[in-house]
Design a protein around this ligand. Structure first.
Ligand code: ZN
Length: 144
């Protein structure tokens, strides 16, 4: 049977690289570890963990990856889960945009929809809502 160049497990991407020191028995290495090795120019030790900053296991862009100890990783994941949960909770709240006279002129059924329609990220609107600042020049507010 022919070896596949890449395979997926639990959302992670693995590259067939049997010559790598960190390769599994079948010869695969997690792509996020390979990307970090190129980024840092050194080998990632077996006691080190590569964390996906945005929580997306399939996003192996160098800026989304950070190498940390197991202890640091435990805290990084806790923090990320809190952020994801908060964003999830916020994203289903109804929002609107205030016009110049202070009335809500545009209604959205969720932050997700508001973000999509205004070309702004969900986290940017969430942050703006929490501190009462404008996002993309618009004053978003929670509505009922
Ligand atoms: Zn992690």
């Amino acid at each position: 049977m022919a070896r596949k160049e890449a395979r997926y497990s639990w959302g992670y991407r693995y590259i067939f690289k049997p010559e790598h020191v960190g390769a599994s028995f079948q010869g695969y290495v997690a792509e996020h570890r390979l990307v970090c090795e190129i980024k840092l120019g050194r080998q990632i030790e077996s006691h080190e963990v590569v964390h996906h900053i945005n929580g997306k296991r399939g996003d192996n862009s160098p800026e989304n990856l950070i190498v940390c100890s197991r202890r640091e990783h435990y805290h990084a994941d806790k923090k990320m889960q809190r952020t994801l949960k908060r964003n999830q909770r916020l994203s289903c709240k109804k929002v609107g945009i205030l016009n110049q006279s202070g009335d809500v002129s545009t209604y959205y059924k969720s932050i997700t929809e508001a973000a999509k329609k205004n070309g702004v990220s969900i986290s940017a609107i969430s942050r703006a809502l929490q501190v009462g600042r404008k996002s993309a020049g618009k004053q978003f507010v929670f509505t009922k």
